[in-house]
Design a protein around this ligand. Structure first.
Ligand code: ZN
Length: 187
Protein backbone atom coordinates (compact mmCIF):
# COMPACT_ATOMS: atom_id res chain seq x y z
CA UNK A 1 0.00 0.00 0.00
CA UNK A 2 1.33 3.40 -0.83
CA UNK A 3 0.65 6.60 1.05
CA UNK A 4 1.47 10.20 0.57
CA UNK A 5 4.78 10.84 2.24
CA UNK A 6 4.46 12.93 5.34
CA UNK A 7 6.61 16.04 5.86
CA UNK A 8 8.29 14.15 8.70
CA UNK A 9 9.11 11.31 6.32
CA UNK A 10 10.55 13.77 3.86
CA UNK A 11 12.69 15.45 6.48
CA UNK A 12 14.21 12.13 7.44
CA UNK A 13 14.59 11.20 3.79
CA UNK A 14 16.21 14.51 3.07
CA UNK A 15 18.84 14.00 5.69
CA UNK A 16 19.94 10.77 4.12
CA UNK A 17 20.14 11.93 0.54
CA UNK A 18 23.21 13.38 -1.02
CA UNK A 19 21.62 15.90 -3.35
CA UNK A 20 24.96 16.93 -4.85
CA UNK A 21 25.81 13.38 -5.89
CA UNK A 22 22.44 12.73 -7.52
CA UNK A 23 22.50 16.12 -9.22
CA UNK A 24 25.97 15.38 -10.60
CA UNK A 25 24.47 12.29 -12.16
CA UNK A 26 21.61 14.34 -13.66
CA UNK A 27 24.19 16.77 -15.04
CA UNK A 28 26.18 13.96 -16.65
CA UNK A 29 22.96 12.84 -18.36
CA UNK A 30 22.35 16.43 -19.43
CA UNK A 31 25.76 16.53 -21.10
CA UNK A 32 24.85 13.37 -23.00
CA UNK A 33 21.74 15.05 -24.40
CA UNK A 34 23.72 17.30 -26.70
CA UNK A 35 26.91 15.31 -27.18
CA UNK A 36 26.22 14.34 -30.78
CA UNK A 37 27.01 16.79 -33.57
CA UNK A 38 23.80 15.83 -35.33
CA UNK A 39 21.55 16.28 -32.31
CA UNK A 40 21.14 19.65 -30.71
CA UNK A 41 19.01 18.89 -27.70
CA UNK A 42 19.15 21.38 -24.85
CA UNK A 43 21.30 19.72 -22.16
CA UNK A 44 18.85 18.71 -19.44
CA UNK A 45 19.07 15.52 -17.39
CA UNK A 46 16.81 13.92 -14.80
CA UNK A 47 17.22 11.13 -12.27
CA UNK A 48 14.55 9.41 -10.19
CA UNK A 49 15.55 7.60 -7.05
CA UNK A 50 13.45 5.25 -5.01
CA UNK A 51 13.24 5.57 -1.23
CA UNK A 52 13.00 2.15 0.36
CA UNK A 53 10.38 1.85 3.05
CA UNK A 54 9.39 -0.68 5.60
CA UNK A 55 5.88 -0.35 7.03
CA UNK A 56 5.76 3.14 5.51
CA UNK A 57 8.90 4.29 7.24
CA UNK A 58 11.98 5.27 5.33
CA UNK A 59 14.71 2.72 5.91
CA UNK A 60 17.48 5.14 4.99
CA UNK A 61 18.19 3.24 1.80
CA UNK A 62 17.66 4.78 -1.60
CA UNK A 63 18.44 3.47 -5.05
CA UNK A 64 18.52 4.66 -8.61
CA UNK A 65 15.24 3.90 -10.37
CA UNK A 66 15.23 5.70 -13.71
CA UNK A 67 17.01 8.33 -15.76
CA UNK A 68 16.17 10.61 -18.65
CA UNK A 69 17.79 13.19 -20.85
CA UNK A 70 16.10 15.72 -23.05
CA UNK A 71 15.37 14.13 -26.46
CA UNK A 72 12.94 16.60 -27.95
CA UNK A 73 15.04 17.25 -31.05
CA UNK A 74 16.32 13.69 -31.39
CA UNK A 75 12.82 12.20 -31.31
CA UNK A 76 11.07 15.27 -32.73
CA UNK A 77 8.69 14.90 -29.85
CA UNK A 78 7.53 17.94 -27.86
CA UNK A 79 6.92 15.89 -24.72
CA UNK A 80 10.34 14.19 -24.67
CA UNK A 81 11.66 16.25 -21.77
CA UNK A 82 14.18 14.62 -19.43
CA UNK A 83 11.72 14.59 -16.53
CA UNK A 84 8.87 13.04 -18.56
CA UNK A 85 11.15 10.31 -19.89
CA UNK A 86 12.42 9.52 -16.38
CA UNK A 87 8.88 9.54 -14.94
CA UNK A 88 7.58 7.21 -17.66
CA UNK A 89 10.49 4.82 -17.16
CA UNK A 90 10.07 4.85 -13.36
CA UNK A 91 6.35 4.09 -13.69
CA UNK A 92 7.07 1.26 -16.13
CA UNK A 93 9.62 -0.25 -13.73
CA UNK A 94 7.33 0.00 -10.70
CA UNK A 95 4.26 -1.00 -12.70
CA UNK A 96 2.45 1.98 -11.21
CA UNK A 97 1.74 5.57 -12.11
CA UNK A 98 2.13 6.46 -8.44
CA UNK A 99 5.68 7.52 -7.63
CA UNK A 100 4.97 8.58 -4.07
CA UNK A 101 8.19 7.02 -2.75
CA UNK A 102 10.42 8.71 -5.28
CA UNK A 103 12.58 11.81 -5.53
CA UNK A 104 13.13 13.56 -8.85
CA UNK A 105 16.40 15.34 -9.57
CA UNK A 106 16.48 17.56 -12.61
CA UNK A 107 19.26 19.84 -13.76
CA UNK A 108 16.88 22.71 -14.62
CA UNK A 109 13.68 23.98 -13.05
CA UNK A 110 10.85 21.92 -14.59
CA UNK A 111 8.43 23.44 -17.09
CA UNK A 112 4.66 23.55 -16.74
CA UNK A 113 4.20 20.20 -18.53
CA UNK A 114 6.73 18.48 -16.27
CA UNK A 115 5.26 20.04 -13.12
CA UNK A 116 1.93 18.59 -14.31
CA UNK A 117 3.54 15.15 -14.61
CA UNK A 118 5.14 15.53 -11.15
CA UNK A 119 1.70 16.25 -9.69
CA UNK A 120 0.07 13.41 -11.63
CA UNK A 121 2.70 10.92 -10.49
CA UNK A 122 2.55 12.16 -6.86
CA UNK A 123 6.30 12.65 -6.59
CA UNK A 124 6.77 14.23 -3.15
CA UNK A 125 10.19 15.81 -3.55
CA UNK A 126 11.82 17.56 -6.50
CA UNK A 127 15.38 18.85 -6.48
CA UNK A 128 16.58 21.07 -9.30
CA UNK A 129 19.70 22.96 -10.31
CA UNK A 130 19.38 26.24 -12.16
CA UNK A 131 16.25 28.30 -12.60
CA UNK A 132 14.58 28.32 -15.98
CA UNK A 133 13.55 31.94 -16.42
CA UNK A 134 11.68 31.29 -19.65
CA UNK A 135 9.78 28.06 -18.99
CA UNK A 136 10.30 27.24 -15.31
CA UNK A 137 7.04 26.59 -13.51
CA UNK A 138 8.11 26.28 -9.88
CA UNK A 139 9.56 29.62 -8.94
CA UNK A 140 10.10 31.48 -12.17
CA UNK A 141 6.45 31.49 -13.22
CA UNK A 142 3.54 32.16 -10.97
CA UNK A 143 1.12 29.88 -12.72
CA UNK A 144 1.92 26.54 -11.11
CA UNK A 145 -1.24 24.45 -11.33
CA UNK A 146 -3.41 24.34 -8.24
CA UNK A 147 -3.55 20.80 -6.96
CA UNK A 148 -4.28 18.80 -3.86
CA UNK A 149 -0.96 17.10 -4.30
CA UNK A 150 1.63 19.27 -2.60
CA UNK A 151 5.23 18.48 -3.19
CA UNK A 152 8.39 19.93 -1.76
CA UNK A 153 11.08 21.35 -3.99
CA UNK A 154 14.66 22.33 -3.38
CA UNK A 155 16.37 24.66 -5.81
CA UNK A 156 19.93 25.66 -6.51
CA UNK A 157 21.74 22.32 -6.11
CA UNK A 158 24.80 22.56 -8.41
CA UNK A 159 23.14 25.64 -9.86
CA UNK A 160 26.25 27.17 -11.38
CA UNK A 161 27.30 23.99 -13.19
CA UNK A 162 23.81 23.59 -14.61
CA UNK A 163 23.63 27.22 -15.67
CA UNK A 164 27.03 27.11 -17.36
CA UNK A 165 26.06 23.98 -19.23
CA UNK A 166 23.00 25.74 -20.64
CA UNK A 167 24.84 28.97 -21.40
CA UNK A 168 27.66 27.15 -23.21
CA UNK A 169 25.12 25.17 -25.19
CA UNK A 170 23.25 28.25 -26.38
CA UNK A 171 26.48 30.16 -27.10
CA UNK A 172 27.78 27.28 -29.25
CA UNK A 173 24.44 26.98 -30.99
CA UNK A 174 24.40 30.69 -31.72
CA UNK A 175 27.91 30.67 -33.19
CA UNK A 176 27.14 27.58 -35.29
CA UNK A 177 23.96 29.22 -36.59
CA UNK A 178 25.93 32.36 -37.44
CA UNK A 179 28.49 30.22 -39.30
CA UNK A 180 25.72 28.39 -41.16
CA UNK A 181 24.20 31.71 -42.15
CA UNK A 182 27.54 32.98 -43.38
CA UNK A 183 28.04 29.84 -45.48
CA UNK A 184 24.51 30.11 -46.79
CA UNK A 185 25.10 33.70 -47.78
CA UNK A 186 28.36 32.68 -49.46
CA UNK A 187 30.57 34.62 -47.06
ZN1 ZN B 1 9.56 19.99 -19.09
Amino acid sequence: MTHQLSPKFLRSANLNLNHEVWMSFALSLAKGASSSKLVTDVPIGAVIIYLHTSEDRYTGRSSLLATGSNQKELLQKPTAHAEIIAIERASAILGSWRLSHCVLYTSIEPCLMCVGAIIQSRIPLVVYGAQNKKFGALGSLNNTPKSNHKFTYIQGVKEQESQELMQNFFATKKSLNAKDNQEYQGK
